[in-house]
Ligand binder design. Structure first.
Ligand code: EPS
Length: 375
């Protein structure tokens, strides 16, 4: 299973193509659009989300709500394009409008300009923009429907915002509550505190990041491999999560905390009852030897603060070479809720890829039968 995305932030449309889906997967488009709306939601988002109303429009690969086994192509239209057509069109247009040369620290602007031999960072940032993640959310939502047919669920919540951290542990079932909250947090006191902090940062023209936890529930053991490093499930998930804009760190299970503890307090002891193996703890985050072990898979990712600050940071104008403040027309203050649903989607797509690599299957009935035969 493979996803290709295309599209610029203020271009005509975003596009996705998924190859390798089996036939006869029943799709619920309203669920995909719900995930797209969640990506646009959350406390601290900026003006752009008032313009967009993201919806999936399927172009091929589906008939009467059922996948055909052919490439599934879809688009998500950029409503803002009408305001940018005169400088973003593929046809001849006026590229002297909306140029960006006051390169933003933390964004792709400067390194992209040098690498792609450009003088206007617009040619870099349009693609580097997190707008592209709308496609990954739609694809991840389809992957969730594929996994759901096997009894595998994916969920998550926001664990911290700019240092306001929820240290509690929650059951998988409790995570469903998170999306009802303005910051997808489960501790209301912490959430209140985080919202006040976002207000204060907005006032100061500053931005926030945070930490998101994603869980995959119900995946049988043996997905991934201990035999070749590229097939390790933790490596696949970490690579996919790190591939999301603004992610600077990923951990699995206890993660970095495991390095500070003796082995007796880290490794999950193994028991057997009625023919089934189980553990009382899940410090490994559901992955041992690069393979799922049947417990919940737990991954956390750290999002850096948004690099477009309304107050601007010190930088240099790429064309004049003069010191200046970085550009900032409008910006999200925090996009941690978007980050949560994006990471959930990317994790779901990665697990769906790993499942389809192991099980193959031309049609859903075959996939479901093969999955049911596993331990
Ligand atoms: C982004 C800048 C902002 C964000 C955008 C990502 O867009 P604009 O420049 O239009 O104000 O809103 O994210 C989205 C549009 C989105 O849908 O997530 C950036 O520079 O990365």
């Amino acid at each position: 299973m493979k996803l290709t995305t295309a599209g610029e932030s203020h271009g005509k449309t975003l596009v996705g193509i998924i190859e390798g889906l089996p036939s006869n997967l029943q799709l619920d488009f309203s669920k995909i659009n719900e995930d797209l709306a969640l990506r646009q939601s959350g406390y601290g988002r900026g003006g752009r989300q008032k313009i967009e109303k993201d919806r999936i429009e399927v172009l091929s690969g589906v008939r009467n709500l059922l996948t055909l086994g052919s490439p599934l192509a879809f688009m998500i239209v950029n409503a803002d394009y009408k305001n940018w057509e005169n400088c973003m069109s593929a046809e001849s247009c006026d590229v002297t409008q909306r140029t960006l040369t006051k390169v933003r620290p933390g964004h792709a602007d400067l390194t992209g300009l040098l690498k792609f031999a450009q003088t206007d960072a617009r040619n870099i940032l349009e693609r580097a923009s997190a707008r592209e993640t709308a496609v990954r959310v739609a694809a991840g939502s389809i992957a969730k429907q594929y996994l759901s047919a096997l009894g595998v669920q994916v969920s998550g919540y926001v664990k911290s915002v700019c240092g306001v951290s929820d240290g509690a542990e929650y059951s998988f079932e409790q995570l469903a509550e998170a999306k009802k909250h303005p910051l997808f947090m489960l501790d209301e006191g912490k959430e209140e505190q985080a919202m006040k902090l976002i207000d204060a940062l907005k006032e100061r023209g500053d931005t926030a990041g945070g930490v998101v936890e994603i869980r995959i529930h119900g995946l049988k053991s043996g997905f991934g491999s201990c035999m070749t490093y590229g097939e390790k499930l933790d490596a696949r998930l970490a690579g996919a999560l790190m591939g999301v804009q603004a992610i600077k760190g990923v951990e699995v299970g206890l993660g970095f905390a495991a390095a500070d503890l003796p082995g007796s307090r880290v490794h999950d002891e193994i028991y057997k009852k009625d023919g089934a193996f189980f553990r009382h703890t899940n410090n490994a985050g559901g992955i041992e030897g690069g393979m799922s072990n049947g417990e919940d898979i737990i991954v956390r990712a750290a999002m850096k603060p948004i690099p477009t600050l309304m107050r601007g940071l010190n930088t240099v104008d790429f064309v004049s070479g003069e010191p200046c403040r970085a550009a900032g027309e409008r910006s999200d203050v925090a996009a941690i809720c978007a980050c949560e649903i994006i990471l959930e989607s990317v994790a779901a797509f990665t697990v769906a890829q790993v499942v389809s690599e192991r099980l193959g299957g031309d049609n859903m009935a075959q996939v479901i039968k093969r999955y049911s035969e596993l331990y």
